[in-house]
Every structure is written in C-alpha cells, then in structure tokens.
Write a protein that binds this ligand. Structure first.
Ligand code: GLY
Ligand code: MN
Ligand code: MN
Length: 476
C-alpha cells in the first residue's frame, strides 16, 4: 500500500460495521491482517493478501497490522516502516495517516500488544497486555502471525474451524452474520469486481481463435484484471480439460473442436471478489452435441436464478439444478428413468459432482476459513451422499446475500470409469449414447447473484450465457 486517499464513504461504512459488531458481542475483538511469507529469502515474498476479517473492519490491505474493536471504536497497532525500507519500497504512509484513513480512534506500535516477560525472559504463560486481555480473535492463515496470536493473547487460538470455542466462536458467529449480508459499500466493490471480470471473459473469448495453447487465453484474461489495478480472486481455470474441476495447468494445446472452460474472477484492491465461469467453442461454433449439453446446463443455471428470492433454501436450488440436469440427460437419451428417482439415487452427480455454488464476498468461497460455520445453518451438517457432499451452502437465502450459481456437466474419467459405479448404474446410463458426446469434457456456467427483497439481481448479467451471443463474442 503506497498511497492513501481520504475516503469518507469508506470510513462511514467501516464505522457502521464496527458499531453493528458492538451490538453483537460484549467483549473486545482483536483482528490480525497477517504477513507475507518468504519464498527463499526474507525480501522475496509470496504476494501478500490481508485477512478478510481484518479487511472487513479496517478497509485497507495493511501488512502486519492489528485492529482492536470495542464499543464501535477502533485502535490500530502497526509499526512505522524502518528508515531503510524507503530505499527499497519508497515512502510509506505514517501510522497516524493510516489511522485517519480508516477512522481509528488511536494508533500504537505493535509492541504495545506484547505481554510482559517473566523474570526468566519467557513470554508464554505470563500476563497479557491490557489490550489483549479478554479479547476474542480469529486465527489467521499464515504461520508466523498465527504464532504471534498465541503469544499476544497468551492462549490457544485455533484455525481449525472445528476447534474454535468460547468467545472466539461467539465472535466468528457474529462476523458471519455481518459479512453474510452485504452493505452498499461492499456491493459497490462486488459490482466493480464483476465488471472487470466480465471484460476479462470477453477478452478471453476474443483471443481464443488466434491462440494455440490455454496459457495465451489466460494471459489475455488476466491482462484485463491487472490493467484495471485488480488481482485474481483465485487461481484462474482456463482449460480445454474442464472435467478437471480446479485445473491449474495452462499448457494444453487447444484444438478447433474443443470447448474451452474459463473460470476467472477479479478481486478489487480492497479484497472484494467475483467468480465467473463461461464455456465456449474454440472454433467459435458449438457442435450439435456440445450445443445439446450446453443447453442442459444453461437450463439448470436459468432455473436456479429464476427461483432465487429470500426464504428459498439454497439446498433446494442445488436439487433443482440436479433435477434439471437429470431431466435434460433423459431427454438426450443418456439416462433412463424418472427424474426424482435419478436424483434420489445421486445419478446426476455422475456428471454434476459438485455443489451448485457458494457465498461470495471478500473471499471467493466466502468465510470458508471458518469451515461450514458460514455456509451451513446452525444445526445442519454436510450430507455424506455423493450428490450432496460438496454442497457448500445450506441455509435459507436472505436479501443482501451474494451467491454463485454454477451448475456443470463433466465427463470425469475417475467417476465414469469407476467399476463400482458402472455396475451400480448399469441399467440407468446408456454408455453407447454417452460416447456420442465425447467432444464435451466439461461445461460450467457461473454467475454471481445478489438476493434482493423481491428476487435476484445477477451482478454478472452483462456477460451473455446463450450460445449465439457467446459464439459472436468468440468470432469478434
Ligand atoms: N472458482 C472457484 C469456484 O467456482 O468455486
Ligand atoms: Mn464459484
Ligand atoms: Mn468459479
């Protein structure tokens, strides 16, 4: 972070979030931003990404900073950059300027948080500082900061969602309830991320016919994100092997008969994410088999979005997608049977093995550092059914939530060649008919959807999903 603009709407939004938190918990809260990790030596680091819980209340991606929240007040702890750092990093903002930019009441160096050492010079099981005593926190991902959390809080701070307890669990639940429902400031950021991601997808489509390997299309897409001062919200998936759900390789040659699946999303400088997938024909023209299966996935996508409104169970959207896909595959002669029965027997999951989506916010799978605490309504747990196990969200929708809708169809060899599954479903899948669709390895269509008071607003709607419009963009 090099420059600071005084942004009163940011400060107002942050203050409103802190005041809301103060109505939910009656103990102080400490949130660490985290630190970058060295790749080989201390100054050559992996890119830094501040903890999302910190970002939610502090607004700026400060490195190695801590905020203390109590009664709506924010106290900032951060060290001034060392004089030597100016040589390598230029002038960086002063502590007091940062404090003013985020509406902090006061600001101190990090040493203020340290406990007293005992007479043997030890700093474990001694008296916590007055700032940290009795405060709740959330464990951060990087190991160095996590170790500091133990020392400064003088107690165990668990990252493993199943072990979070006491006031830390109370805090996690309070933060989940706040981050689940987006305020106007967050929505503005989410819309910005969506707009840049849409432009990235259009650039990827336009670059496809001149590209010979996946990496070239990835580069065209990420160029737009970087040129807009944003970063990728997750590792881009740009592949002709869409059946590898989180494919992170980009070296495959793209053939003129292939489908290309691109799951690419931008993240704004303050951390708000988008998550879009489109699938297009490399040649600019879908084959008839690609077209048929694409339209099955699109029907599931459209049905889910049309059903979104407050009160609807997200799990029911997943099952709606499953039924729509099963019905489409029956119509194409790939499956035999009654749709309800096929879904009850998890047959859809042979081709659609993941959940229909997740919540979106400061993280692409928002708040999954807290396990299923955010995704699952209290008292609900993951099903062990093949067709439901990867459902990441199982709670009723509320206005202000942003969710993804991302049904897909995949021919995953590890699933479809599994002898047990082939035996179990031998009378249901017409394998000869399926073989006629060999030019489809993976299709996914993913949009980001805001739940409104009356229904849904697709934040990524400006990127078409219909085949004809996509063909035009590829041919442009
Ligand atoms: N981009 C990861 C996902 O769609 O969930
Ligand atoms: Mn997603
Ligand atoms: Mn995605």
């Amino acid at each position: 972070m090099q420059t600071l603009d005084r942004n009163t709407s940011l400060i107002d939004a942050l203050k409103a979030r802190r005041l809301k938190l103060a109505t939910l918990v009656d103990f102080p809260v400490l949130l660490w931003s985290g630190q970058s990790s060295p790749r080989n030596f201390r100054a050559n680091t992996f890119p830094f990404r501040a903890s999302s819980h910190f970002l939610y209340f502090a607004g700026l991606p400060l490195e190695n900073a801590v905020i203390r929240l109590e009664g709506g007040r924010l106290t900032l702890f951060i060290d001034e950059a060392s004089p030597a750092s100016a040589l390598w990093h230029g002038e960086t903002p002063k502590r007091d300027d940062i404090a003013a930019a985020i509406g902090a009441t006061e600001a101190y160096p990090l040493s203020e948080l340290k406990p007293e050492k005992n007479e043997r010079g030890e700093e474990w099981l001694v008296t916590p500082s007055t700032w940290t005593n009795g405060a709740a926190t959330i464990g951060v991902q990087d190991g160095k900061t996590h170790a500091n959390q133990y020392i400064m809080c003088q107690r165990n701070v668990f990252r493993d969602a199943g072990r979070i307890e006491g006031i830390d669990l109370e805090l996690a639940r309070a933060i989940v309830s706040l981050r689940m429902i987006h305020d106007e400031f967050a929505l503005t950021e989410l819309r910005k991320a969506a707009m840049v991601s849409i432009a990235a997808h259009k650039a990827g489509m336009a670059a496809t016919r001149c590209a010979s390997v996946e990496a070239e299309i990835r580069a065209a897409m990420e160029r737009v994100i970087i040129a807009n001062g944003m970063t990728c919200a997750y590792s881009s998936i740009v592949t002709v092997h869409g059946e590898v759900l989180h494919n992170d390789q980009y070296h495959h040659a793209i053939g003129s008969g292939d489908l290309l699946l691109a799951d690419v999303g931008a993240e704004t400088a303050s951390g708000w994410a988008s998550d879009i997938t489109r699938t297009w024909a490399v040649s600019g023209k879908f084959s008839s088999t690609q077209r048929s299966l694409y339209d099955v996935v699109l029907a599931a996508h459209d049905a889910c979005i049309a059903a979104i409104r407050p009160g609807v169970e997200y799990r029911d959207l997943h099952l709606l997608a499953a039924r729509t896909i099963a019905a489409g595959l029956v119509d194409l002669g790939i499956l035999r049977g009654q749709v309800e029965d096929l879904v009850d027997r998890d047959v859809h999951a042979l081709f659609f093995p993941h959940g229909v989506g997740h919540i979106l916010g400061l993280d692409v799978h928002d708040m999954e550092d807290l396990g299923d605490l955010a995704g699952y309504e209290t008292g609900r747990t993951r099903s062990d059914r093949f067709g439901l196990n990867y459902l990441r969200l199982d709670r009723p929708l509320q206005a202000g939530m942003v969710v993804t809708i991302e049904p897909g169809f995949y021919q995953v060899p590890a699933i479809l060649q599994d002898p047990e599954r082939r035996a179990k479903y031998h009378d249901i899948v017409d394998w000869d008919r399926l073989a006629q669709f060999a030019d489809v390895r993976g299709i996914r269509i993913e949009d980001d959807v805001l739940v409104t008071e009356t229904g849904a607003e697709v934040l990524t709607a400006a990127l078409p999903t219909e085949i004809e419009a996509i063909e035009q963009l590829v041919q442009s």
